[in-house]
Design a protein around this ligand. Sequence first.
Ligand SMILES: [Zn+2]
Length: 301
Amino acid sequence: MCKKIFSIIAAVFSLMFFSCSKKNALPAPSVKGSENVRITATFYPVYIMLLNITDSVPGTQVSLLAPPNTGCLHDYQLTTKDMKAIAECDILVANGAGMEDFLDKAMEARKGQLIQAAEGYTLIEDNPHVWVSPDGAAYETRRIAQQLALLDKKNADSYLKNAQEYVQKITDLSKKMHASLDKYAGTKIITFHEAFPYFTKEFALTQAGTIEREPGTEPTAKELAEIISLIKQAASSGEKIALFAEPQYSSGAAAVIAQETGLKVYELDPAVTGELDKDAYLKAMETNLKVLETAFTGAAY
Ligand SMILES: [Zn+2]
């Protein structure tokens, strides 16, 4: 009997100790020495960076929350499966800067194991599409690697070395893009949604307008008319202007604008969907470079 009472008291004490220690615990180092590291990326651009940063690092498992064809997360609906994945991963990597607003509570709950790639980058009007410029992609890659190195110290050197190699590839590509695009500085472009402010800033292009002002919402007749008039105005003053849709969205509105203005519609890729291949971002930017060269040399005005 005595033994039984003792074991009950011991159980109560251990329970008290457990709940106490949990309450007062410091943010846990997310990954212990010998464990596998399960890293979850919220969406595609961050996932591609992680494929590069964790390349050949033993014991790292990178998964993608939103399916790779999702595109930007502006209208993303969180599923129960997503919540489970967020709760179970060791490290959650988000773009941040408002791209994952729908995840606010979940990100708060995982804040000790959360990396926000865009944190610290100088934002343009709170726009989250930082990765679309090579400069932004390089920044986010470095930031993810630095934070991963702090959370998973045993692999720190590998993450940092991989990030450095990937950033070098991005920088080389950026130089190639500048060599070709700098002569078009100031050229006006119209893009599908507001995914390109960092890209246009890096290459000194002028964003003359966007087709969808609210992502996921078709432009109104009035908005379409405004863009058409803007293009016609540019044409009458002899300015070059190029029109771009995005591979992720239907280009119905862009086709209407093209029909009304005689401009050709080109596709500019914000690299937000694609193959699950670590070079996918570099390939998307190579394609963007070719598209821009074609569009600018062939621009109607
Ligand atoms: Zn977007």
